[in-house]
Write a protein that binds this ligand. Sequence first.
Ligand SMILES: C[S@@+](CC[C@H](N)C(=O)[O-])C[C@H]1O[C@@H](n2cnc3c(N)ncnc32)[C@H](O)[C@@H]1O
Length: 274
Amino acid sequence: MGVDSTRSAPSHARLKSRLRDFWNAQTVYWEHLSEEVAVNSDNRSRAASYIPEGSRILDVACGRAANCVWALGRGEYFGVDISMRGLQRAERTGLQLFCADAESLPFQDRSFDVVLSTYALEHSVDPAQMLSEMTRVTQQGGRIILLGPSWDFPFWYPNSLSTRAHKPLWRLRYSAKRLATQMAACIGAKSPFLIVEDPDAFSQPFEDDVDAVYVVWNFEVIREMKRFGCELLYANSDDQLLGSNPVVRLVKQFLMLFPAYRHAGSTCLMVFER
Ligand SMILES: C[S@@+](CC[C@H](N)C(=O)[O-])C[C@H]1O[C@@H](n2cnc3c(N)ncnc32)[C@H](O)[C@@H]1O
């Protein structure tokens, strides 16, 4: 089916390596991630408002380090990304940038006051490990800021599954499987952290999130962060994916009364305190 929650370590490593090659080979990809885009984003400005002044800030999966355009004004900025090509395209010189894996950060425990990640969790092949690493390097009392897309309802999917999702039978099976794993997680089973094994990025032209591998479900992200001892300070999702049909909107708003879908939306900003 192309989506799995029980992947082996070798297939995990293979997928990560293919993705790294993909990002290193892209030029069009990096054009979208400029400082100009970062500075004109309301979501990113809201994220910046949660950074206390004078913080040591780590930007995880920073890409071209475009976030430094607002983060530098709040403290000392460090960036980490798995793609050397991305880091080389940073628009400023003299930044403290490191080529490393978000799932194994090259920093000591509690090294930063704020650890943030924007539009990146959905690209992690092991999101629980990335969240664990982000928490590990955050000071006690420090903040972890996550901003990016989510596909909370079982019938939502990222563009990386678009070619398959055009087939109604595939979509039905995907939604049913997802719903079953979500319901099981709600009554105590392991969180699914559903991964797209073969994202459309490897065969289709580039568009946003054609390379997303983690089908983000905010409920499990929040639950995992709580398991790491973090408290949710703020969460806000926009309503773009609710659509314009009033009946469909109403049904989705009804579903959002359930804790599993409380934060369903298109883009979500979450702030945690460690
Ligand atoms: C959509 S870009 C976002 C870049 C940047 N955070 C921004 O908001 O402009 C996703 C980034 O995640 C990086 N990435 C994906 N998996 C990673 C990993 N395991 N470790 C570090 N970086 C990773 C990619 O190289 C890419 O730069």
